[in-house]
Design a protein around this ligand. Structure first.
Ligand code: 2P0
Length: 333
């Protein structure tokens, strides 16, 4: 049987490898969420989704060919044992590549973002591995094929190959060759993302399990694809016209709709903590006081606030410890 990785890499096997492949990939935050799969093995989504990158926050990957008969993986300088929670997924991903290249690898990962806490660390992780392998083997894969390759590790990773606003097209084919992200040719220099760290310890259940459980047991989930199709159009238009209110309202509503699907699952899934709810109440209150700010929330208790640069001081009065990112500011270009 031809594997999805073979579909991508068959033409590229013969290239010579260099000594070490390296890459950094940014994390991304979905403004329109990916929640639910039509193929769990290939990470093929039910719906499109749309994200913004977090410049400087993500994963640096370095990959070398090993003489041994198994892969070696380290995170932040520490070798992973086979019983480490992250080992299996990373090892399987490397094996899908080594089945074709017939090499084993030493993979070293460094994170500049909390891992498994709802900051999309798996997105930057698998995107950085795909990019580093492409560098090592000098495959010169297109951004489209790199996006597909990253998706095979983790769905949201396909949105971390390029920067800026990225639109993941769900696609329809069984092999997933039409399911990848493309960068929108649009910027928004005033747009700020504020990371509100509530609890950075690893989440209680993986997104992968939570997605599948939601799909199987939530009666609200049947409304989700329609909701996403509507929200996606509104957000695309808002980005086109720099309509911040439409962007913020829709992104917040989309995130809450995703969490509503989870809370109507059986048994219910909750990523929010008490402090998450308290922070949401502060955002609502800030809006009542005339500060245009919104939030989005992923599979974790932390919030990501959305606001414009000229409201930065007012937003910092509400959340003094906010980690402020400007995706299209100096650091993001
Ligand atoms: C997203 N999330 O669009 C959504 C919103 C979390 C909440 O993509 O199973 O780690 O590896 O494809 O990509 C997190 O899920 O899941 C995610 P897999 P992934 O960002």
């Amino acid at each position: 049987m031809v594997t999805p990785m073979q579909l991508l890499l068959n033409d590229y096997q013969a290239h010579d490898a260099i000594n070490e492949g390296k890459a950094f990939a940014n994390s991304n935050i979905a403004l329109i969420k990916y929640w639910g799969k039509r193929d769990a093995d290939l990470n093929l989504p039910i719906t499109d989704s749309l994200s913004i990158h977090l410049p400087g926050l993500g994963t640096e990957a370095s990959v070398r060919i090993l003489d041994g008969d198994c892969h070696q993986i380290s995170i932040d300088g520490f070798a992973l044992g086979t019983d480490h929670a992250a080992f299996k997924g990373l090892n399987n991903y490397l094996t899908a590549i080594s089945d074709i290249t017939k090499h084993h690898y030493h993979l070293s990962l460094r994170f500049t973002i909390p891992v498994a806490a709802g900051f999309a660390s798996s997105a930057s992780c698998f995107a950085s591995i795909a990019l580093a392998c492409n560098d090592l083997h000098q495959w010169n894969l297109s951004t489209k094929n790199l996006s597909i390759m990253a998706r095979l590790g983790s769905g949201s990773a396909c949105r971390s190959i390029e920067a800026g606003f990225c639109h993941w097209h769900a696609g329809e084919s069984d092999n997933g060759l039409d399911s990848y992200a493309t960068q929108l040719d649009l910027t928004w220099p005033e747009l700020c993302i504020g990371l509100l760290h509530i609890d950075n310890t690893p989440k209680p259940y993986s997104s992968r399990l939570a997605m599948s459980h939601t799909q199987k047991t939530s009666f609200l989930y049947q409304a989700w694809p329609t909701q996403v199709a509507h929200d996606l159009k509104v957000v695309q238009q808002a980005i086109n016209t720099h309509d911040f209110q439409a962007l913020g309202e829709t992104a917040e509503h989309n995130a809450e709709s995703m969490h509503a699907c989870m809370s109507s699952a059986k048994p219910a899934l909750f990523y929010s903590q008490g402090n998450t709810l308290a922070a949401k109440a502060q955002v609502f209150k800030a809006r009542e006081q005339g500060i245009p700010m919104y939030y989005t929330q992923d599979a974790g208790p932390n919030l990501k606030c959305l606001f414009l640069q000229h409201d930065l001081d007012a937003v910092l009065d509400v959340f003094p410890n906010l980690q402020v990112i400007q995706p299209f500011g100096d650091a993001g270009e």
